[in-house]
Design a protein. Structure first.
Length: 249
């Protein structure tokens, strides 16, 4: 699977699949549900379900994609999972360095291991680094990210499950916010989103509102499509452009 419906990227690349839960945002993991579905459909890559597997055979995929694209790495896993060896991550970075036409978006909940990995390795110029900050307990991940000299540093505040309070967003380029979808999706309150948006604006970080999810801003349960993808009337759909500067969608 390469093309994706994830609004803030263009393609996904999964040289690793499977994961384990590490924080509240993992409670209703979409990748776990999708892995089970793909296994039931007979997809060989997901024959182990959601057990973590490194796929050597998938490493060459981006080399075959001629069109420059934004690529979310390991959308069905976490590249910095403790069971993924640094040696295998090195192989992923080799591919990234060999395909400079693409921009690679690395998002993790295991920010301390990401920091450890890059403590003695260069960050490729075509890599954006991000961490998930879905609750107050996860805010420490921001500090790990800010210590890394990536061209773009971003936060995925999704699923936003509580008010995050004060955030230190200095040096953060892009903030994605979204509610949780699916039958067990938890509500997201407009004031939580507004707080993050206000702080992103003060820090001059681009703000991207991804979706409301299962619950609308009025607290009514509907389909994700019915609840929509806009916050207020602002139409905030912003992300860094492919080559670096901030561009509106």
């Amino acid at each position: 699977m390469t093309m994706t419906k994830i609004e803030w990227t263009e393609k996904t690349w999964n040289p690793i699949t499977g994961c384990t839960k590490v924080s509240p945002g993992c409670e209703n993991c979409y990748a776990e549900v999708m892995s089970r579905r793909l296994r039931a459909m007979g997809r060989e890559k997901y024959s182990e379900g959601f057990r973590l597997v490194a796929h050597e055979g998938a490493l060459g995929e981006p080399s075959r994609w001629a069109k420059p694209s934004s690529i979310f790495v390991c959308s069905m896993s976490d590249i910095f999972h403790e069971k993924v060896s640094f040696e295998f991550i090195d192989k992923i970075m080799d591919v990234i360095n060999e395909t400079k036409r693409h921009v690679y978006q690395l998002l993790t909940k295991r920010s301390s291991r990401m920091e450890e990995y890059f403590s003695n390795r260069p960050i490729p110029s075509n890599v954006w680094l991000g961490v998930t900050v879905e609750c107050r307990a996860a805010k420490g991940r921001i500090g790990h990210l800010k210590g890394l000299a990536a061209g773009i540093r971003f936060l995925s505040v999704e699923p936003l499950v509580e008010d995050l309070g004060e955030l230190d967003l200095a040096g953060i380029d892009w903030v994605i916010v979204g509610g949780e979808s699916g039958p067990k999706g938890r509500p997201m309150k407009p004031e939580w989103v507004r707080s993050v948006q206000r702080q992103a604006e003060l820090a001059k970080a681009a703000f991207f509102f991804k979706q409301w999810g299962t619950w609308g801003p009025d607290g009514v349960r509907r389909s994700k499509k019915a609840n929509g993808e806009l916050f207020g009337g602002d139409g905030v759909r912003m992300r860094p452009g492919h080559n670096g500067p901030l561009n509106g969608l």
